[in-house]
Design a protein around this ligand. Structure first.
Ligand code: NDP
Length: 295
């Protein structure tokens, strides 16, 4: 069994990202990322911290905007307007999920598509559908694709089953795999909560991508021998024996699948670090595009 090590792969990718940042700095530009967090969501606070630390490690400019839960939609839209105009900020993202009174769709629409490094703006979604490379692609699917490529696992002609149809993971993942060329050319099946007899579908997968948000939902009965398994899930289970009081587990039962599959991602240390690595790459790309418009 091959362990698809996201931590190691992300660290290797950082070398390339750092080189691109150095080139931009020679032109007098430091890529800048603004991360907006509304409210006090412990998991989101941890993600924001991790993004901020990665920016600092790479020598990027990072702005962390931690706003109180009571922040209104209007206030948030005003902040985004300022960030859209700020020449030192090249990427903007709103950490999900925001409090209920914030309309995420409207906020996403307000972000300048050229700074939408999460790839959630409708214009970038349309570009992904149209295979127009001038847009931004969501970081988690990009990270999954990169990890497969890094380990020489080809998607061409492979049957990939994606479990989950969210706008953040499932749908863009399926669209990426359908694209023509390297990292694409797959035959894709998308399953979701209304799919009957899920195991009969996932067992036909050469590559299984699990993005359900259900701890250990997929077991050995869900795969055939030799399947490659990408576990996107990050679930917090209460565990009083750990210093934090919880532990992270994926959507697949790693120990049950490990001996049966060809390759598998661990949780933590699989897709998570790749998502952050791709966010950094998208932000650097946004800055490079900004630089070429300026020249
Ligand atoms: P969502 O809750 O938005 O979507 C979950 C999807 O799974 C839905 O399409 C849902 O179907 C489907 N689903 C739920 N239960 C079942 C089931 N029993 N059988 C089949 N399908 C099911 O989650 P996200 O896509 O945002 O995230 C998925 C997981 O990935 C989460 O654990 C999340 O924490 C993690 N994640 C990890 C990231 C990383 O960097 N590693 C980044 C982003 C997310 P339906 O549409 O019918 O409701």
């Amino acid at each position: 069994m091959i362990l698809l090590d996201g931590k190691k792969t992300a660290a290797l990718l950082e070398v390339e990202t750092k080189n691109r940042i150095a080139l931009l700095k020679q032109q007098g530009m430091t890529p800048g990322l603004a991360v907006i967090l509304v409210g006090e969501h412990p998991a989101s606070q941890a993600y924001v911290r991790s993004k901020d630390q990665t920016c600092s490690r790479l020598g990027m400019h990072s702005r962390k905007l931690e706003l109180p839960t009571a922040t209104t939609q209007q206030e948030l839209l005003r902040i985004i307007e300022q960030l859209n105009k700020d020449p030192n900020i090249h990427g903007i993202l709103l950490q999900s999920p925001p409090p209920k009174h914030i309309q995420e769709k409207e906020v996403t629409l307000a972000i300048d598509p050229r700074k939408d490094v999460d790839g959630f703006h409708p214009l970038n979604v349309a570009k992904l559908v149209m295979e127009d490379s001038s847009g931004f692609i969501p970081c988690t699917p990009l990270g999954c694709r990169y990890l497969l490529h890094a380990y020489g696992i080809s998607t061409r002609g492979a049957h990939v089953v994606v479990v989950g149809r969210s706008l953040i993971v499932g749908k863009p993942m399926a669209l990426l795999l359908l694209q023509k060329g390297l990292g694409g050319d797959a035959t894709v099946t998308i399953a979701h909560s209304q799919t009957p007899d899920l195991a009969s579908i996932t067992r036909r997968a050469d590559i299984l991508i699990a993005a359900l948000g259900r701890p250990h939902a997929l077991g050995a009965e869900h795969i055939s021998p030799g399947t490659t398994v990408i576990d996107v899930g990050i679930n917090r289970l209460v565990d009083r024996s750990t210093p934090s009081g919880y532990r992270l587990v994926g959507d697949v039962d790693f120990s049950a699948l490990a001996s049966k599959c060809h390759a598998i991602t661990p949780v933590p240390g699989g897709v998570g670090p790749m998502t952050i690595a791709m966010l950094m790459q998208n932000t650097v790309m946004a800055a490079e595009r900004f630089a070429s418009r300026r020249n």
